[in-house]
Design a protein around this ligand. Structure first.
Ligand code: HEM
Length: 206
């Protein structure tokens, strides 16, 4: 590998590993701030996990695997507000799609936002419903926040760990209000709150 390739790879890891997770965490703060009943359910699950730990005992990998409802909430957040809205693939052979012939070698752009709003796979797609991810969850390729196929995100297991662990610590310590309840999010190039999503934190233990 050349020095430039090494630098490119390191930068990709830093960018892919940090900005995506930061974007999801911002959206989780937004949805949990908006939906008190979802916040309460996440809190219930996380307090249950804390009760099984001794004073000062750190969370372990197994604890994160038990955070099923929290991960379902994070998954629904990523369905409605995917951090990455699009990417490209290259056709490795000729194929037909919806009456169009796509020749081998053409670049194709796929999109998370429209895929995630297909009512055939997600009835009432605008509604927030974490139960969509119970059991087997959505059909493969209908839900693609991490992409899919051989070049799917290689950080998915790290994200599956760090996002519910973040949820654990934030709900255990705080409730919060959104300073700008109508704040918009935009892609730049990942999904970001346009005003930085200021929140008012209320400590749970005073
Ligand atoms: C919620 C968090 C994350 C989301 C939503 C996400 C999303 C994605 C998406 C959509 C792709 C493109 C997949 C495709 O084209 O099929 C991707 C690729 C990638 N992601 Fe993530 N990612 C996340 C976290 C991470 C983390 C934590 C790391 C590493 C520490 C990471 C490293 C990568 C790398 C290296 C690739 C390129 C894989 C390849 O080209 O073979 N990602 N990610």
């Amino acid at each position: 590998m050349t020095e430039t390739e090494i630098i490119d790879n390191l930068l990709q890891l830093l960018f892919s590993g940090h900005n995506t997770t930061r974007s999801v965490i911002s959206s989780i703060m937004k949805y949990l701030g908006d939906l008190p009943e979802v916040y309460e359910q996440v809190l219930k699950e996380q307090l249950e996990i804390s009760r099984g730990k001794g004073t000062g005992e750190l969370l372990q990998w197994e604890d994160a695997q038990k955070m099923k409802y929290s991960w379902n909430v994070a998954s629904e957040v990523m369905r409605l507000s995917p951090p990455v809205n699009t990417n490209f693939k290259e056709a490795i052979r000729d194929f037909n799609y919806a009456g169009y012939t796509i020749p081998k070698g053409w670049k194709l752009r796929w999109a998370t936002c429209s895929t995630h709003m297909d009512p055939e796979y997600f009835p009432n797609p605008e509604a927030f419903d974490a139960s969509r991810f119970e059991g087997e969850g959505p059909t493969a390729y209908s839900y693609v926040p991490f992409g899919r196929g051989p070049r799917m995100c290689l950080g998915i297991e790290l994200a599956r760990l760090e996002i519910p662990v973040f949820m654990h610590h934030i709900v255990e310590r705080f409730k919060w209000d959104l300073v700008n309840p109508d704040e918009k999010f935009k892609y730049d190039p990942l999904l970001e709150p346009v005003k930085g999503l200021p929140v008012r934190l209320h400590p749970r233990h005073v």
